[in-house]
Design a protein around this ligand. Structure first.
Ligand SMILES: Cc1ncc(COP(=O)(O)O)c(C=O)c1O
Length: 421
Protein backbone atom coordinates (compact mmCIF):
# COMPACT_ATOMS: atom_id res chain seq x y z
CA UNK A 1 0.00 0.00 0.00
CA UNK A 2 1.18 3.49 -0.85
CA UNK A 3 2.17 5.55 2.20
CA UNK A 4 0.73 8.07 2.89
CA UNK A 5 -2.44 6.26 1.76
CA UNK A 6 -4.32 7.61 -1.25
CA UNK A 7 -8.01 6.94 -0.44
CA UNK A 8 -9.32 10.04 -2.22
CA UNK A 9 -7.38 9.28 -5.34
CA UNK A 10 -8.59 5.69 -5.22
CA UNK A 11 -12.19 6.88 -5.02
CA UNK A 12 -11.91 9.63 -7.62
CA UNK A 13 -9.67 7.95 -10.16
CA UNK A 14 -9.26 4.22 -9.51
CA UNK A 15 -7.47 3.70 -12.81
CA UNK A 16 -4.72 6.17 -11.89
CA UNK A 17 -4.62 5.00 -8.27
CA UNK A 18 -4.01 1.43 -9.43
CA UNK A 19 -1.03 2.58 -11.45
CA UNK A 20 0.42 4.50 -8.49
CA UNK A 21 -0.05 1.46 -6.23
CA UNK A 22 1.60 -0.68 -8.90
CA UNK A 23 4.60 1.62 -8.99
CA UNK A 24 4.86 1.60 -5.18
CA UNK A 25 4.83 -2.20 -5.22
CA UNK A 26 7.42 -2.27 -8.03
CA UNK A 27 9.72 0.06 -6.10
CA UNK A 28 9.34 -2.19 -3.07
CA UNK A 29 10.05 -5.45 -4.86
CA UNK A 30 13.00 -4.37 -7.03
CA UNK A 31 16.60 -3.81 -6.14
CA UNK A 32 16.68 -0.24 -7.40
CA UNK A 33 20.18 0.56 -8.55
CA UNK A 34 19.70 3.48 -10.93
CA UNK A 35 22.46 5.73 -9.60
CA UNK A 36 20.37 8.90 -9.82
CA UNK A 37 17.37 7.56 -7.90
CA UNK A 38 16.46 7.15 -4.26
CA UNK A 39 13.53 6.73 -1.86
CA UNK A 40 12.38 9.94 -0.17
CA UNK A 41 11.08 9.84 3.38
CA UNK A 42 7.38 9.83 4.16
CA UNK A 43 7.84 13.37 5.54
CA UNK A 44 9.18 14.53 2.16
CA UNK A 45 6.33 12.72 0.40
CA UNK A 46 3.78 14.46 2.61
CA UNK A 47 5.33 17.91 2.21
CA UNK A 48 5.43 17.49 -1.58
CA UNK A 49 1.75 16.58 -1.71
CA UNK A 50 0.28 19.53 0.17
CA UNK A 51 -2.05 22.41 -0.72
CA UNK A 52 1.06 24.43 -1.54
CA UNK A 53 0.52 23.18 -5.07
CA UNK A 54 -2.45 25.60 -5.24
CA UNK A 55 -0.34 28.74 -4.92
CA UNK A 56 1.35 31.08 -7.42
CA UNK A 57 4.42 32.93 -6.11
CA UNK A 58 6.34 34.51 -8.97
CA UNK A 59 9.29 36.46 -7.60
CA UNK A 60 11.22 36.01 -4.38
CA UNK A 61 10.29 36.35 -0.69
CA UNK A 62 8.96 39.88 0.05
CA UNK A 63 9.19 40.73 -3.69
CA UNK A 64 6.35 38.72 -5.20
CA UNK A 65 4.04 39.54 -8.07
CA UNK A 66 1.04 37.90 -6.37
CA UNK A 67 -0.56 38.44 -2.96
CA UNK A 68 -1.14 35.85 -0.27
CA UNK A 69 2.49 34.88 0.33
CA UNK A 70 2.36 34.98 4.16
CA UNK A 71 3.27 31.30 4.42
CA UNK A 72 4.99 30.61 1.12
CA UNK A 73 7.58 33.32 1.82
CA UNK A 74 8.41 31.62 5.10
CA UNK A 75 8.58 28.18 3.49
CA UNK A 76 10.93 29.31 0.72
CA UNK A 77 13.08 31.24 3.20
CA UNK A 78 13.28 28.14 5.39
CA UNK A 79 14.49 26.07 2.44
CA UNK A 80 17.03 28.74 1.47
CA UNK A 81 18.42 29.10 5.00
CA UNK A 82 18.68 25.32 5.38
CA UNK A 83 20.49 25.01 2.05
CA UNK A 84 22.92 27.80 2.99
CA UNK A 85 23.64 26.25 6.35
CA UNK A 86 23.96 22.65 5.09
CA UNK A 87 26.40 23.49 2.29
CA UNK A 88 28.05 26.54 3.91
CA UNK A 89 27.30 28.98 1.08
CA UNK A 90 26.37 32.68 0.91
CA UNK A 91 23.39 32.27 -1.38
CA UNK A 92 20.86 29.63 -2.41
CA UNK A 93 18.12 29.69 -5.03
CA UNK A 94 15.70 26.82 -4.52
CA UNK A 95 13.33 27.59 -7.40
CA UNK A 96 14.76 25.75 -10.44
CA UNK A 97 12.23 23.17 -11.61
CA UNK A 98 14.91 20.54 -12.07
CA UNK A 99 18.61 20.03 -12.79
CA UNK A 100 18.46 20.92 -16.49
CA UNK A 101 16.78 24.33 -15.98
CA UNK A 102 19.22 25.03 -13.13
CA UNK A 103 22.12 24.51 -15.51
CA UNK A 104 20.41 26.59 -18.19
CA UNK A 105 20.16 29.41 -15.63
CA UNK A 106 23.95 29.33 -15.33
CA UNK A 107 24.25 29.89 -19.10
CA UNK A 108 21.75 32.74 -18.94
CA UNK A 109 23.59 34.33 -16.01
CA UNK A 110 27.09 34.23 -17.47
CA UNK A 111 27.00 33.68 -21.24
CA UNK A 112 25.50 35.10 -24.42
CA UNK A 113 24.50 32.85 -27.31
CA UNK A 114 27.63 31.82 -29.20
CA UNK A 115 29.93 32.16 -26.18
CA UNK A 116 32.18 29.26 -25.29
CA UNK A 117 31.47 26.72 -22.57
CA UNK A 118 33.75 23.86 -21.56
CA UNK A 119 32.15 20.74 -20.11
CA UNK A 120 32.64 17.01 -19.91
CA UNK A 121 31.40 15.20 -22.99
CA UNK A 122 28.27 13.08 -22.55
CA UNK A 123 29.82 9.74 -23.57
CA UNK A 124 32.68 10.36 -21.12
CA UNK A 125 30.33 10.95 -18.18
CA UNK A 126 29.15 14.54 -18.52
CA UNK A 127 25.52 15.70 -18.65
CA UNK A 128 23.57 16.78 -21.74
CA UNK A 129 23.34 20.30 -20.34
CA UNK A 130 27.13 20.68 -20.16
CA UNK A 131 27.11 21.58 -23.85
CA UNK A 132 26.34 18.28 -25.59
CA UNK A 133 25.39 18.69 -29.25
CA UNK A 134 21.74 17.59 -29.08
CA UNK A 135 21.01 19.88 -26.10
CA UNK A 136 20.09 23.57 -26.45
CA UNK A 137 23.34 24.19 -24.58
CA UNK A 138 25.27 22.62 -27.45
CA UNK A 139 23.18 24.25 -30.17
CA UNK A 140 23.14 27.81 -28.86
CA UNK A 141 26.62 28.00 -27.38
CA UNK A 142 30.08 27.18 -28.68
CA UNK A 143 30.63 24.02 -26.74
CA UNK A 144 34.01 22.39 -26.17
CA UNK A 145 34.33 19.05 -24.38
CA UNK A 146 36.90 17.29 -22.25
CA UNK A 147 36.94 13.61 -21.40
CA UNK A 148 38.77 10.98 -19.42
CA UNK A 149 42.03 9.19 -20.09
CA UNK A 150 41.66 5.98 -22.11
CA UNK A 151 44.10 4.23 -19.80
CA UNK A 152 42.89 5.33 -16.36
CA UNK A 153 39.28 6.36 -16.91
CA UNK A 154 40.06 9.53 -14.92
CA UNK A 155 39.61 13.17 -15.97
CA UNK A 156 42.68 14.30 -17.83
CA UNK A 157 43.48 17.71 -16.32
CA UNK A 158 46.23 18.35 -18.87
CA UNK A 159 43.54 18.11 -21.55
CA UNK A 160 41.18 20.36 -19.55
CA UNK A 161 43.93 22.97 -19.11
CA UNK A 162 45.00 22.85 -22.76
CA UNK A 163 41.41 23.23 -23.96
CA UNK A 164 40.75 26.07 -21.51
CA UNK A 165 43.89 27.96 -22.57
CA UNK A 166 43.10 27.51 -26.26
CA UNK A 167 39.32 28.09 -26.22
CA UNK A 168 39.02 30.65 -23.36
CA UNK A 169 35.57 29.46 -22.18
CA UNK A 170 33.43 31.85 -20.16
CA UNK A 171 32.09 28.95 -18.08
CA UNK A 172 33.64 25.60 -17.17
CA UNK A 173 31.37 22.83 -15.88
CA UNK A 174 32.82 20.32 -13.42
CA UNK A 175 30.74 17.28 -12.58
CA UNK A 176 28.64 14.80 -14.46
CA UNK A 177 26.27 11.94 -14.59
CA UNK A 178 28.50 8.88 -14.87
CA UNK A 179 31.65 9.75 -12.93
CA UNK A 180 32.65 6.99 -10.50
CA UNK A 181 35.56 8.90 -8.93
CA UNK A 182 36.09 11.91 -6.65
CA UNK A 183 35.94 15.20 -8.51
CA UNK A 184 38.95 17.44 -7.89
CA UNK A 185 37.21 20.82 -7.67
CA UNK A 186 40.45 22.58 -6.65
CA UNK A 187 42.13 21.45 -9.87
CA UNK A 188 39.18 22.75 -11.92
CA UNK A 189 39.25 26.06 -10.00
CA UNK A 190 42.93 26.59 -10.74
CA UNK A 191 42.27 26.21 -14.46
CA UNK A 192 39.12 28.37 -14.39
CA UNK A 193 40.93 31.16 -12.55
CA UNK A 194 43.86 31.04 -14.94
CA UNK A 195 41.61 31.64 -17.96
CA UNK A 196 39.10 33.92 -16.20
CA UNK A 197 36.18 31.46 -16.50
CA UNK A 198 33.30 31.01 -14.10
CA UNK A 199 33.56 27.55 -12.52
CA UNK A 200 30.18 25.86 -12.25
CA UNK A 201 30.21 22.67 -10.17
CA UNK A 202 27.27 20.43 -11.04
CA UNK A 203 26.94 18.24 -7.96
CA UNK A 204 23.56 16.72 -8.91
CA UNK A 205 24.76 13.17 -8.29
CA UNK A 206 26.91 13.74 -5.24
CA UNK A 207 25.07 16.49 -3.32
CA UNK A 208 24.02 14.08 -0.58
CA UNK A 209 27.53 12.70 -0.28
CA UNK A 210 28.89 16.24 0.04
CA UNK A 211 26.24 17.18 2.61
CA UNK A 212 27.05 14.01 4.53
CA UNK A 213 30.83 14.54 4.41
CA UNK A 214 31.51 11.60 2.08
CA UNK A 215 32.82 13.65 -0.87
CA UNK A 216 34.92 16.87 -0.86
CA UNK A 217 32.87 20.03 -1.28
CA UNK A 218 33.22 22.45 -4.20
CA UNK A 219 32.46 25.33 -1.82
CA UNK A 220 35.46 27.65 -1.80
CA UNK A 221 36.47 26.47 -5.29
CA UNK A 222 33.42 26.89 -7.53
CA UNK A 223 31.73 30.22 -8.28
CA UNK A 224 28.35 28.57 -8.65
CA UNK A 225 27.07 25.14 -7.72
CA UNK A 226 24.06 23.51 -9.32
CA UNK A 227 22.37 20.42 -7.99
CA UNK A 228 19.27 18.35 -8.30
CA UNK A 229 17.59 17.59 -4.99
CA UNK A 230 16.35 14.08 -5.78
CA UNK A 231 19.44 11.91 -6.07
CA UNK A 232 21.79 11.25 -3.14
CA UNK A 233 20.31 14.30 -1.39
CA UNK A 234 17.07 12.30 -1.07
CA UNK A 235 14.59 15.11 -1.64
CA UNK A 236 11.75 15.63 -4.12
CA UNK A 237 12.42 16.19 -7.82
CA UNK A 238 13.80 19.72 -7.99
CA UNK A 239 17.03 21.67 -8.01
CA UNK A 240 19.03 24.42 -6.34
CA UNK A 241 21.74 26.85 -7.33
CA UNK A 242 24.23 27.79 -4.64
CA UNK A 243 26.69 30.62 -5.04
CA UNK A 244 28.89 33.24 -3.53
CA UNK A 245 27.26 36.62 -2.76
CA UNK A 246 29.02 38.05 -5.82
CA UNK A 247 26.85 35.99 -8.20
CA UNK A 248 23.60 35.94 -6.19
CA UNK A 249 21.78 38.61 -8.21
CA UNK A 250 22.81 37.18 -11.59
CA UNK A 251 21.61 33.72 -10.59
CA UNK A 252 18.31 34.91 -9.16
CA UNK A 253 17.58 37.04 -12.22
CA UNK A 254 18.41 34.14 -14.52
CA UNK A 255 16.00 31.75 -12.74
CA UNK A 256 13.21 34.33 -12.46
CA UNK A 257 12.28 36.14 -14.63
CA UNK A 258 14.94 34.80 -17.00
CA UNK A 259 13.74 31.23 -17.37
CA UNK A 260 10.82 30.41 -15.13
CA UNK A 261 7.50 31.66 -13.87
CA UNK A 262 6.06 30.60 -10.53
CA UNK A 263 8.10 28.29 -8.31
CA UNK A 264 6.63 24.90 -7.39
CA UNK A 265 5.91 25.65 -3.74
CA UNK A 266 5.00 22.06 -2.84
CA UNK A 267 8.41 20.99 -4.13
CA UNK A 268 10.10 23.81 -2.21
CA UNK A 269 8.47 22.44 0.96
CA UNK A 270 9.73 18.94 0.17
CA UNK A 271 13.22 20.33 -0.43
CA UNK A 272 13.10 22.14 2.93
CA UNK A 273 12.25 18.87 4.69
CA UNK A 274 14.97 16.93 2.85
CA UNK A 275 17.55 19.58 3.76
CA UNK A 276 16.56 19.30 7.41
CA UNK A 277 16.94 15.52 7.22
CA UNK A 278 20.33 15.87 5.52
CA UNK A 279 21.55 18.06 8.39
CA UNK A 280 20.92 15.31 10.98
CA UNK A 281 23.83 13.18 12.24
CA UNK A 282 22.33 9.96 10.80
CA UNK A 283 22.55 11.40 7.29
CA UNK A 284 26.34 11.36 7.66
CA UNK A 285 26.06 7.64 8.43
CA UNK A 286 23.85 7.24 5.36
CA UNK A 287 26.31 9.01 3.05
CA UNK A 288 29.23 6.94 4.38
CA UNK A 289 27.21 3.75 3.96
CA UNK A 290 26.31 4.62 0.34
CA UNK A 291 30.02 4.83 -0.47
CA UNK A 292 30.93 1.73 1.59
CA UNK A 293 28.24 -0.24 -0.24
CA UNK A 294 29.40 0.95 -3.66
CA UNK A 295 33.01 0.05 -2.87
CA UNK A 296 32.01 -3.40 -1.58
CA UNK A 297 29.84 -4.03 -4.64
CA UNK A 298 32.57 -2.82 -7.01
CA UNK A 299 35.10 -5.16 -5.39
CA UNK A 300 32.69 -8.10 -5.63
CA UNK A 301 31.93 -7.32 -9.29
CA UNK A 302 35.63 -7.10 -10.16
CA UNK A 303 36.11 -10.49 -8.47
CA UNK A 304 33.47 -11.88 -10.80
CA UNK A 305 35.19 -10.56 -13.90
CA UNK A 306 33.30 -7.30 -14.46
CA UNK A 307 35.35 -4.61 -16.18
CA UNK A 308 34.75 -1.39 -14.22
CA UNK A 309 35.65 1.99 -15.68
CA UNK A 310 38.55 3.38 -13.60
CA UNK A 311 38.71 0.00 -11.84
CA UNK A 312 36.20 0.82 -9.10
CA UNK A 313 34.50 3.71 -7.37
CA UNK A 314 35.02 6.47 -4.80
CA UNK A 315 31.38 7.44 -4.59
CA UNK A 316 27.89 5.99 -5.07
CA UNK A 317 28.25 5.02 -8.73
CA UNK A 318 29.73 2.17 -10.76
CA UNK A 319 30.18 2.13 -14.53
CA UNK A 320 30.85 -1.28 -16.10
CA UNK A 321 31.88 -2.18 -19.65
CA UNK A 322 30.20 -5.51 -20.46
CA UNK A 323 32.21 -6.23 -23.61
CA UNK A 324 34.22 -8.90 -21.77
CA UNK A 325 30.93 -10.53 -20.69
CA UNK A 326 29.90 -10.92 -24.32
CA UNK A 327 26.77 -8.76 -24.13
CA UNK A 328 25.75 -5.14 -24.78
CA UNK A 329 24.53 -2.84 -22.03
CA UNK A 330 20.94 -2.71 -23.27
CA UNK A 331 20.10 -6.44 -23.39
CA UNK A 332 21.93 -6.84 -20.08
CA UNK A 333 19.92 -4.04 -18.43
CA UNK A 334 16.67 -5.55 -19.71
CA UNK A 335 17.61 -9.01 -18.40
CA UNK A 336 18.66 -7.55 -15.04
CA UNK A 337 15.33 -5.75 -14.79
CA UNK A 338 13.54 -9.07 -15.31
CA UNK A 339 15.78 -10.46 -12.55
CA UNK A 340 14.56 -7.72 -10.19
CA UNK A 341 17.69 -5.56 -10.50
CA UNK A 342 16.94 -2.13 -11.96
CA UNK A 343 19.73 -0.09 -13.53
CA UNK A 344 20.40 1.67 -16.82
CA UNK A 345 22.44 0.94 -19.92
CA UNK A 346 25.10 3.56 -20.49
CA UNK A 347 27.87 4.53 -22.85
CA UNK A 348 31.36 3.97 -21.54
CA UNK A 349 34.32 6.21 -22.41
CA UNK A 350 35.55 5.54 -25.97
CA UNK A 351 32.50 3.35 -26.59
CA UNK A 352 32.50 1.82 -30.05
CA UNK A 353 28.75 1.11 -29.93
CA UNK A 354 25.83 3.52 -30.41
CA UNK A 355 24.27 5.49 -27.48
CA UNK A 356 21.00 3.51 -27.83
CA UNK A 357 22.88 0.23 -27.73
CA UNK A 358 26.05 0.99 -25.77
CA UNK A 359 28.62 -1.29 -24.14
CA UNK A 360 27.99 -0.44 -20.53
CA UNK A 361 25.71 -0.31 -17.55
CA UNK A 362 25.59 2.28 -14.80
CA UNK A 363 24.48 1.43 -11.29
CA UNK A 364 24.55 2.94 -7.83
CA UNK A 365 23.83 2.37 -4.18
CA UNK A 366 21.84 5.42 -2.92
CA UNK A 367 18.42 3.71 -2.99
CA UNK A 368 19.38 0.29 -1.65
CA UNK A 369 21.29 2.00 1.16
CA UNK A 370 18.12 3.89 2.10
CA UNK A 371 16.40 0.50 2.33
CA UNK A 372 19.04 -0.54 4.89
CA UNK A 373 21.28 -2.88 2.87
CA UNK A 374 24.95 -2.88 3.86
CA UNK A 375 28.29 -4.30 2.67
CA UNK A 376 27.09 -7.69 3.95
CA UNK A 377 24.59 -8.01 1.07
CA UNK A 378 26.82 -6.65 -1.72
CA UNK A 379 28.59 -9.95 -2.61
CA UNK A 380 25.16 -11.55 -3.10
CA UNK A 381 24.09 -8.64 -5.32
CA UNK A 382 27.24 -9.18 -7.42
CA UNK A 383 26.46 -12.90 -7.70
CA UNK A 384 22.93 -12.14 -8.91
CA UNK A 385 24.22 -9.61 -11.42
CA UNK A 386 26.79 -12.06 -12.77
CA UNK A 387 24.22 -14.86 -13.00
CA UNK A 388 21.71 -12.58 -14.70
CA UNK A 389 24.22 -11.32 -17.29
CA UNK A 390 25.28 -14.92 -18.03
CA UNK A 391 21.62 -15.95 -18.25
CA UNK A 392 20.96 -13.07 -20.66
CA UNK A 393 23.70 -14.32 -22.99
CA UNK A 394 22.11 -17.79 -22.94
CA UNK A 395 18.55 -16.39 -23.12
CA UNK A 396 17.80 -18.34 -19.94
CA UNK A 397 14.65 -16.63 -18.61
CA UNK A 398 14.18 -19.29 -15.93
CA UNK A 399 17.33 -18.15 -14.14
CA UNK A 400 16.25 -14.49 -14.39
CA UNK A 401 12.89 -15.32 -12.82
CA UNK A 402 14.53 -17.37 -10.07
CA UNK A 403 16.81 -14.38 -9.21
CA UNK A 404 13.80 -12.02 -9.20
CA UNK A 405 12.20 -14.29 -6.59
CA UNK A 406 15.33 -14.25 -4.45
CA UNK A 407 15.63 -10.45 -4.72
CA UNK A 408 11.98 -10.14 -3.71
CA UNK A 409 12.53 -12.38 -0.67
CA UNK A 410 15.60 -10.43 0.46
CA UNK A 411 13.87 -7.05 0.14
CA UNK A 412 10.89 -8.21 2.20
CA UNK A 413 13.10 -7.65 5.28
CA UNK A 414 14.02 -4.06 4.31
CA UNK A 415 11.16 -1.56 4.71
CA UNK A 416 10.57 1.03 2.03
CA UNK A 417 9.58 4.57 2.98
CA UNK A 418 6.35 5.25 1.10
CA UNK A 419 5.11 1.67 1.10
CA UNK A 420 3.55 -0.74 3.60
CA UNK A 421 3.01 -4.41 2.74
C1 LIG B 1 25.01 15.88 -13.38
C2 LIG B 1 23.60 16.14 -13.75
N1 LIG B 1 23.22 17.41 -13.98
C3 LIG B 1 21.95 17.72 -14.32
C4 LIG B 1 21.00 16.72 -14.43
C5 LIG B 1 19.63 17.12 -14.89
O1 LIG B 1 18.68 16.92 -13.96
P1 LIG B 1 17.12 16.77 -14.37
O2 LIG B 1 17.00 15.40 -14.94
O3 LIG B 1 16.45 16.97 -13.07
O4 LIG B 1 16.82 17.84 -15.36
C6 LIG B 1 21.34 15.40 -14.17
C7 LIG B 1 20.31 14.35 -14.29
O5 LIG B 1 20.54 13.21 -14.35
C8 LIG B 1 22.68 15.10 -13.83
O6 LIG B 1 23.08 13.85 -13.62
Amino acid sequence: MHVPPIPHLTAADPELARLVEGEAQRQHDKLRMIASENYVSEAVLEASGTVLTNKYSEGYAAKRYYEGQQFVDQIETLAIERAKSLFGVDHANVQPYSGSPANLAVYLAFLNPGDTVLGMSLPMGGHLTHGWSVSATGKWFNSVSYGVSRETGLIDFDEVRDLARRERPKVIFAGGTAIPRTIDFAAFAEIAHEVGAVLAADIAHIAGLIAGGAHPTPVGHADVITTTTHKTLRGPRGAMILSTEEHAKAIDRAVFPGLQGGPHNHTTAGIAVALREAAQPDFRDYAAQVVANAKALAAALVERGFDLISGGTDNHLILADLTSKGIGGKPAAKALDRAGIELNYNTVPYDTRKPFDPSGIRLGTPALTTRGLTEAQMPQVAVWMDEAVTAAVKEDDGTLDRIAGEVHDLLASYPMPGYKA
